[in-house]
Design a protein around this ligand. Structure first.
Ligand code: ASP
Length: 584
């Protein structure tokens, strides 16, 4: 080793020892005859001292020439510092240097390699290897590492076998576009990158693997957002001979294990809610349960009193923000403007304040008596000091709008505390989802999800009402994982494809291999996949998954550091039998 210790290791106990350290120069403070250098590595920072009286002149000159991020090796004696720094673990000692060797000089970095940096996102991504030197980023990747290790520990202890599945495959329909890879040796044909290993893990169940998991890269060609990347990581799992209950318990176990081992948090019981209730009470299939503010429907109380906007609405629904009656006119106007923005799309917002003196003041006093408003307050369970906010319109739309308003109020009132974790299983998702654009049903989860037996009869009469054996794990309003009990017989799988608008030939061409496998003794099975990057971000208390990925892509799916995607040489295109339809 080029060092005897790391830069985070030395303490008063080491005083008088001769040590050799290697690392990066964080900072040089030159006071003429006295130079201090902060030397940094992954483990911490150690102060080096060069003094004119004791150090050789040449050594002092060498130290004076050091620049930020130079890589050096140094030997010296550990001494006690006269002015101690209790902010860093090595703050009681420093190294009185006897030799200094520059292992590699460095250009001035394009941004400060410090917790608070002056580098913008794009610049930091271009020089991501420098960004990764910053403690705050490195700690996030260390968290990720710990999460991976603990996941493997738990899964192994539960008898799961980690099996790798191929990356060059054929499309796995998870609702997004595939990334495709041209095949040189099979001209005109393409592989697809897996959106998930879904069909492979099911095949492993047919093979008798019984309990499979994999920490695996998945690829989806979707529009990007803060919590999406074109390539992302899943903890992918599948089990045989299980009921839904077994799966929920096993993965509630994994979630609790991770929280306790990685964060030291003993998670409470994971609550359960049906999809129907989630939509009815939170307008959202991933409700944030860190705060209450449940939806209250007011059709009966608010309609028929001459207020035409409510009278003409399919749904009148509101939330009660506890203790927010103090909101000023200006704040309420700002909220109204906020819900009217095109991203939210509400036509307007009605409020009713339950004042401290017991009176209720609303923006529609003209239409409602004090008794009417008291009835509203009772329906909301509102008391003095509370603020009721009400939206109305088309039921589906208004639920979405109110869901956004609920989250905003939660934010404004400080109810979305990042140190509190409220996990929830959302269950009984619809099997199918109507897609306006293509005018047909899509699988809400994926086509391999089994319908609830008792709803099978509805498949022909009211397909939208069929519920699936499907579940999502939600934490603090973020979908962390999802899965289902699968179909495991050919006939049902075929029926499912039929309802999804596949002809028999299409189904056979795309998924014949799976349906055939089902004819060779497929056990009942089911599984789940966790979005690993999101899970890390939740653990780290952050909204963006990018910080938890060593080399992420930007908002347009580009890696600005290696400059990808990029064009390829004509020669390469020719080899792949590809002709571009655009001019380069
Ligand atoms: N393959 C599914 C997904 O990626 C998860 C599952 O059903 O196990 O969402």
């Amino acid at each position: 080793m080029l060092r005897t210790h790391t830069c985070g290791e030395l303490r008063l106990d080491h005083v008088n020892q001769e040590v050799t350290l290697a690392g990066w120069v964080q900072r040089v403070r030159n006071k003429g005859g006295l130079i201090w250098v902060d030397l940094r590595d992954r483990y911490g920072m150690t102060q080096l001292i060069f003094e004119e009286d004791s150090s050789e002149k040449a050594l002092l000159e060498k130290a004076a020439e050091l620049g930020r991020e130079f890589v050096v090796q140094t030997t010296g004696k550990v001494i006690e510092r006269s002015a101690k720094n209790d902010k860093i673990p090595t703050g009681s000692i420093e190294i009185k240097v006897t030799t200094l060797e520059v292992l590699n000089a460095a250009k001035v970095p394009p941004f400060k390699i410090e917790d608070e940096t002056d580098g913008g996102e794009e610049l930091r991504m271009k020089y991501r290897y420098l960004d990764l030197r910053r403690n705050v980023i490195r700690e996030k990747l260390q968290l990720r590492h710990k999460m991976m290790q603990e996941t493997r520990k738990y899964m192994d202890a539960q008898d799961f076998i980690e099996v790798e599945t191929p990356v060059l495959i054929k499309s796995t329909p998870e609702g997004a576009r595939d990334f495709v890879v041209p095949s040189r040796t099979n001209a005109g044909e393409f592989y697809a990158l897996p959106q998930s290993p879904q069909t492979f893990k099911q095949l492993l169940m047919v093979s008798g693997f019984d309990r499979y998991f994999q920490i695996v890269k998945c690829f989806r060609d979707e529009d990007l957002r803060a919590d999406r990347q074109p390539e992302f990581t899943q903890i992918d799992c599948e089990m045989s001979f299980v009921t839904q209950e077994d799966i929920l318990n096993t993965f509630e176990g994994l979630t609790k294990h991770l929280f306790s081992q990685v964060k030291g948090v003993e998670l409470e019981e994971v609550k359960r809610m049906t999809y129907a209730d989630a939509m009815k009470y939170y307008g959202n299939d991933k409700p944030d349960l860190r705060f209450d503010m449940k939806f209250v429907e007011l059709n009966e109380l608010a309609q028929g009193k001459g207020f035409s906007i409510f009278d003409g609405a399919e749904l009148v629904v509101g939330i009660c923000a506890k203790g927010a009656a103090e909101y000023t006119r200006k704040q309420l106007d700002a909220l109204t403007e906020w819900v009217k923005r095109p991203q939210i799309g509400a036509k307007g917002m009605i409020y009713a304040k339950y004042n401290a003196d017991g009176t209720i003041k609303s923006s529609v006093d003209k239409f409602y008596s004090a008794d009417d408003l008291q009835d509203w307050a009772d329906a909301f369970g509102a008391s003095q000091g509370d603020l009721m906010l009400i939206l109305s319109g088309d039921a589906d739309k208004v639920r979405k709008q109110l869901s956004e308003l609920r989250l905003k109020m939660g934010e404004e009132l400080g109810l979305r505390d990042r140190t509190i974790f409220k996990p929830l299983w959302v269950m009984d998702f619809p099997l199918l989802e109507w897609d306006e654009e293509t005018s047909r049903f899509h699988a809400m989860h994926h086509p391999f999800t089994s319908p609830k037996k008792e709803d099978m009869a509805l498949l022909d009469t009211d397909p939208g009402a069929v519920r699936a054996n499907a579940y999502d794990l939600v934490i603090n309003g973020v979908e962390i994982g999802g899965g289902s009990i699968r179909i495991h017989d050919r006939a049902t799988q075929q029926l499912m494809f039929k309802h999804l608008g596949f002809t028999e030939e299409e189904a056979q061409k795309q998924f014949g291999f799976l349906m055939e496998a089902f004819e060779y003794g497929a056990p009942p099975h089911g599984g789940i996949a966790f979005g690993f990057d999101r899970l890390c971000a939740i653990f780290g208390g952050s909204d963006s998954i990018r910080d938890y990925i060593a080399f992420p892509k930007n908002n347009s799916g580009r890696d600005v550091m290696i400059d990808s995607p990029s064009s390829i040489a004509d020669e390469q295109l020719k080899e792949l039998s590809i002709q571009l339809a655009i001019k380069k």
